[in-house]
Design a protein around this ligand. Structure first.
Ligand SMILES: *[C@@H]1O[C@H](CO)[C@@H](O)[C@H](O)[C@H]1NC(C)=O
Ligand SMILES: *[C@@H]1O[C@H](CO)[C@@H](O)[C@H](O)[C@H]1NC(C)=O
Ligand SMILES: *[C@@H]1O[C@H](CO)[C@@H](O)[C@H](O)[C@H]1NC(C)=O
Length: 336
């Protein structure tokens, strides 16, 4: 992605440009003023791929159910190239989509998890958490944490024997990044036997607040993230009477939880220069630092919201390399 200095707009390859425009349009057309979503329309354009037990490009996938009553489960991505005696870290992945859109079987999320599995390499658990507006706060956090508890308690059929649960990473983009943070907080207070969360990658995470930030206003014409959409999503997410300074939304704001003394994983915060949410992500980074946590900020000045989902965008490969280096570095520190 290069930057057009004259117009201050990102220059994107045509494919991501079309996909991002389509997604923005769809999120506009399907959200109703009364707080419901037109799921019928969404399902018409819901590009999903089934799980494939036969390895394709070195990764096989499997759908696992945790609790059928709330449709909770995950898609498991297993790299088949590393020899079975190589112990692999586990990434618990939360997809983005404002807590309302997409699922682990969405084409772009299936693709990106395959890349993580192959390129790191790692075993990926991509969580199928409940969505808005039918399920609001804190269902998504409950589902995320229940997935950790499930992994902690079970030795699953089909769960690779070389997956090392004592080296778990939480990775999420956009709303998935918000979710990862809250799951990290719960894990920090919980007694887990096998699962140990040692790292987090917070990719363009979705945070909010009552007061508008400079980047939210200046970049309001960028793809995906408009104030119209984010206000709608937070309204659907929050409990009756809650506002955007709620601790779940404005994590580092006036009602922030004190995490100073709490166990919290080493973190990378990823920011894009054309993402309206960037000011809040930097605040999140600064808040983690002030709270005494190990945290690194990675900035891609030319990146739009969701850039890493598109291999055509050069920053996507740079990010993948950073993710791999981070997982290897933190894993080495925690080697048993
Ligand atoms: C919201 O609006 C849609 C379409 O206008 C309608 O079908 C639906 O019943 C409404 N739902 C509620 C809860 O008001
Ligand atoms: C898309 O469709 C698939 C299968 O038909 C379903 O599992 C998934 O939940 C749907 N995703 C969304 C966001 O509606
Ligand atoms: C989506 O809606 C926002 C306002 O809510 C508007 O600024 C933007 O242009 C719309 N984009 C598309 C592609 O419909």
């Amino acid at each position: 992605m290069t930057r057009n200095i004259l117009t201050e707009t990102p220059v994107l390859p045509w494919k991501p440009k079309i996909v991002l425009f389509g997604a923005t349009l769809l999120m506009n057309l399907t959200r109703r003023p009364n707080g419901t979503l037109n799921r019928r329309l969404l399902n018409l354009v819901n590009h999903t791929v089934p799980a494939r037990n036969k390895a394709r490009q070195g990764v096989k996938t499997l759908d696992i159910t945790i609790d059928a009553t709330r449709n909770l489960g995950f898609r498991l991505f297993i790299p088949t190239k590393p020899p079975p005696d190589v112990i692999l870290p586990v990434i618990i992945f939360f997809h983005g989509g404002g807590f309302a859109f997409f699922s682990p079987n969405s084409r772009h999320y299936d693709n990106v998890c395959r890349r993580f599995a192959r390129e790191i390499p790692a075993v990926i658990v991509s969580v199928n958490y409940r969505l808005l507006p039918e399920h609001g706060y804190p269902s998504q956090y409950d589902d995320g944490f229940d997935t950790l508890k499930f992994l902690d308690q079970q030795r699953l059929d089909g769960f690779p024997a070389n997956a090392d649960l004592s080296r778990c990473f939480l990775v999420g983009d956009s709303a998935g990044g918000n979710l990862a943070h809250h799951v990290a907080c719960r894990a920090g207070k919980a007694e887990l036997r096998q699962v140990r969360v040692i790292g987090q990658i917070s990719i363009q995470s979705f945070f909010g607040g009552e007061e508008r930030t400079e980047s939210e206003i200046r970049l309001k014409k960028m793809p995906i993230v408009s104030l119209g959409l984010t206000d709608w999503l937070w309204k659907a997410f929050l409990p009756e009477g809650g506002n955007r300074d709620h601790e779940a939304v404005n994590v580092m704001g006036p009602r922030a939880v004190d995490i100073n003394g709490m166990e919290y994983p080493e973190t990378v915060v990823v920011v894009g220069g054309f993402d309206p949410l960037q000011d809040r992500q930097r605040e999140f980074y600064n808040w983690l630092k002030r709270s005494g946590k190990e945290v690194k900020l990675i900035e891609y000045p030319n990146a739009v919201h969701g850039f890493y989902l598109f291999p055509e965008i050069p920053e996507s490969s740079h990010f993948m390399k950073e993710a791999r280096d981070f997982v290897h570095k933190v894993s080495a520190t925690f080697k048993k």
